[in-house]
Design a protein around this ligand. Sequence first.
Ligand SMILES: Cc1ncc(COP(=O)(O)O)c(C=O)c1O
Length: 405
Amino acid sequence: MSKGLIKRVGGAERKYVEEVLATDFANSKNCGILARFEKAFAQKFDVKYAVAHTNGTATLHSALYAAGVRAGDEVITTPLTMSATCMSILQADAVPVFADVVEDTFQIDPRSIERIITPRTKAIMPVALYGLSPEMDEIMEIARKHNLVVIEDAAQCFLGKYKGRTVGSIGHFSSFSLQSTKHMTAGEGGLVCTNDADAADLVRRFSVLGYGSVSRAKGIITKDDIQNPNYERHVQMGYNYRMPELCAAVALGQLEHLEELVERRMDVAALFLDAIGDCSWLRPQATPAHCVNSYWAFTARLVSSDIKWTEFRKKFMESGGDGIYAAWMLSYLEPMFRKATLDFAGKEKVIEATHKGTLQTYEKGLCPVAEKIQPQILAFKTNYWDWDRALAQAEILKKTIEQLT
Ligand SMILES: Cc1ncc(COP(=O)(O)O)c(C=O)c1O
């Protein structure tokens, strides 16, 4: 049955954008759209506070600051993720320490986390990769035992579930991205979520140049604040990461039909799963029974020694398939981590000063499971707003498998 065409950007987005434009961007006519969006997002994601940002990298930086991560602290994360995860750790002058992943789910392995905790470890940054939650109960238990802060990077996971809980509501902080490929978008954008009121104040101030008059609930500086010669503006160092109101307007509209947007991706993933069937050499990312995978992308591992990744992609595309994405190079194998070319934009000096040779060695062999599966992963788009196109892609996938079997 055809599920029809979904309008990714609809009437609500346009209505809210009009509302912002009608203010002429005059402070006195501010329509409060940023606060409305933050409140609605927090409600939808089962958290007390959501602080909107310019993007989902800035959010990680703010969360690390509010988590108390400072120069030389270690943050444990996965190497199998988009680069922003570990870049944000470096932006915070902290040191990324990489844990290995679980072969069938691709998610950070709690047992590996436990093995690399040191007295300098301050936080864990798990990533809900491709829309699936990591094993959060185990991660939270490790954090409790070692007094660590957990920052969920949920950039790729909207309305995913872990044991009935919404992904992004479990850690001490979570971070979402509204970049254009994500489940909901404002072109760019992001949010930090937390249930801790003081932490939300810290996030807010860090993300708006350290202004003292803003807080978890107040994202803008008012006339009463600034029209006072004695107004002391900056109580701390901060960055300019505030989400523009036009983005908040689009995002508020997106939030109103987020279920539809997520459901479409899950339905498309179900088509691809069906197309793979019981193929022995193509293994879909495993979704444990206690998780709902929100399928930012549909992924499978090519485990055949006879078929090459590039050959599969070529065959798929020759039959009319859209492109297939590879998994990102593991973060620590990127050129910026290589000794000869090491370039952390000056952060390496902080790391050298604080670690003096005790650093994890960023080279092959560090995370064997991640190294094994990264070259095997095929990632298929799930953002088909036209259902018939999705059906055709699934059919092409089935045909490609038949041809190669
Ligand atoms: C896992 C992950 N973390 C962080 C980010 C960074 O988000 P943004 O592009 O909004 O900065 C992305 C996405 O692009 C991502 O996929």
